[in-house]
Design a protein around this ligand. Structure first.
Ligand code: EPZ
Length: 417
């Protein structure tokens, strides 16, 4: 398994290109199941999760032709099974469920099972599809779903603004018979991107950006070309890298509009973020100070930025309270950060982070995608050497992380083996 070796203490300086959003690309690829025509996606990041979704779509009969950062998808659905050996690698595989039901009336999708950050059920996806007429039973770890004829539009109230459930139900509703209203829908920008692509494919959807989406089902969808929005979590991650090293980095292609709560909290902590025509300039000129953060559905502070922000607060002056309200077990980076000299105490869903003047490098272990990158951030600021093991977690969501950081002056190398 590859590992990343970092010698900390060098302020970052230079440009980092921000890629297309992983969490938009994955549902957009699943949308390729909704039409036999060609769907062309631009600004696709090169990530392990994208490869996994491509393998899953190929399993269904959808050819995925990569051409740099362009993916061309097309073909007829020849198989409706999403097997365990693919789904267990990536939970977002469950996003093929709604499109398969909408297109061919059946699907057998392995239950994703839990992952490091929580049990992550899909009950909201299933209940919504049942309201649209699907018959669903769970057997031997698989979701067996079928519908006689077409799915029917329904008014679905989500008890929690689940991103994945919103995306699955949105795609199912696009081809359902009649009107679907999704109440308490998630409002993450990646959903707005999916809506924009579906509308380009001929879907009739109103309410984008709000928590109430109204979808008038249509008989079929056409192909389209769609450019994926920049990755706001990659943007926030590299903003933390600039801040934790006391550097100055231009995040090229980043958009302030989707950075919302992240920009507010980082500025409160003493980070300067300046909008430029083609980039966001992120600098830390003076000291960092503790600022509280609580994760919430968009437009709140994103849970996918919690681990990175905690690494930053570990070297801030004063203390910060970081509260995780989305997932039940997303503090696994804490013991590893504490091994590097951080002073973090977890009490239930909250962690008190007492800043220390300097972290010290150490061999550390990653457990999930965002925990991995928080350890890289800590290593960039720590005295001495840090080795982050199991970087396959990183490769799921960050393209060429060591190259992007090395280009800004970080002493960081990937070691095979
Ligand atoms: C998406 O996961 C993202 N993944 C996650 O990013 C992100 O952390 C999450 O949204 C929250 O923003 C992708 O977009 C591929 P949810 P998802 O459904 O859809 C509970 C990353 O690091 N829930 O909004 O699975 C669930 O247990 C990944 O890029 C149910 O109870 O998130 C969790 O506590 C990690 N029942 C909460 O809702 C359901 O049917 C949030 O889940 C669905 C969800």
């Amino acid at each position: 398994m590859d590992r990343i070796r970092i010698k900390g203490g060098r302020p970052l300086s230079g440009d980092i290109a921000i890629g297309g959003a992983k969490n938009a690309a994955l549902p957009l690829m699943a949308a390729g199941l909704l039409t036999e025509e060609r769907l062309e996606l631009h600004n696709v990041p090169r990530l392990a999760d994208i490869d996994t979704m491509a393998a899953l779509l190929a399993q269904h009969g959808i050819a995925v032709e990569p051409d740099g950062r362009v993916l061309r998808l097309g073909g007829a659905i020849t198989n409706t099974e999403a097997p365990y050996d693919i789904v267990r690698k990536m939970r977002a595989s469950v996003l093929v469920l709604g499109p398969l039901l909408a297109r061919v009336g059946e699907a057998r999708v392995s239950l994703p099972g839990g992952c490091a950050i929580g049990t992550r059920p899909v009950d909201l996806h299933l209940k919504g599809l049942e309201q649209m007429g699907a018959e669903i039973r769970l057997d031997a770890g698989y979701i067996h779903a079928a519908v006689r004829g077409r799915l029917r539009g329904a008014t679905i109230v989500l008890p929690f603004a689940s991103v994945g459930a919103t995306e699955n139900l949105l795609m199912a509703a696009a081809l359902a018979d009649g009107q679907t209203v999704l109440v308490n829908a998630a409002r993450e920008p990646e959903i707005g991107d999916l809506v924009a692509c579906l509308v380009a494919m001929g879907a009739r959807i109103a309410g984008t950006g709000t928590d109430r989406l109204v979808i008038e089902g249509v008989a079929q969808l056409t192909g389209a070309r769609h450019a994926i929005l920049p990755d706001r979590i990659e943007t926030g991650t590299y903003a933390c890298a600039a801040a934790i090293t006391g550097g100055s980095v231009r995040l090229v292609g980043a958009q302030m509009e989707h950075l919302g709560a992240v920009a507010r909290v980082l500025r409160e902590a003493g980070v300067e973020i300046e909008e430029q025509p083609d980039a966001l300039l992120v600098r830390r000129l003076n000291g960092l100070h503790g600022a509280d953060a609580m994760t919430e559905p968009y437009p709140g502070f994103p849970t996918d930025m919690q681990a990175q922000y905690m690494a930053l607060m570990a070297v801030a002056e004063g203390a910060a309270m970081v509260t995780e309200t989305i997932f039940e077990n997303r503090f696994m980076h804490v013991p590893e950060l504490n091994r590097m000299g951080a002073r973090i105490n977890v009490h239930g869903a909250s962690a008190i982070v007492r800043g220390v003047p300097m972290l010290s490098g150490a061999p550390v272990m990653a457990t999930d995608l965002r925990a991995s990158v928080s350890l890289v951030l800590a290593g960039l600021a720590a005295r001495g050497e840090t080795v982050v093991n199991r970087v396959y977690h990183l490769d799921r969501g960050y393209e060429a992380v060591e190259r992007k950081l090395a280009a800004c002056g970080a002493e960081i190398v990937r070691e095979e083996g």
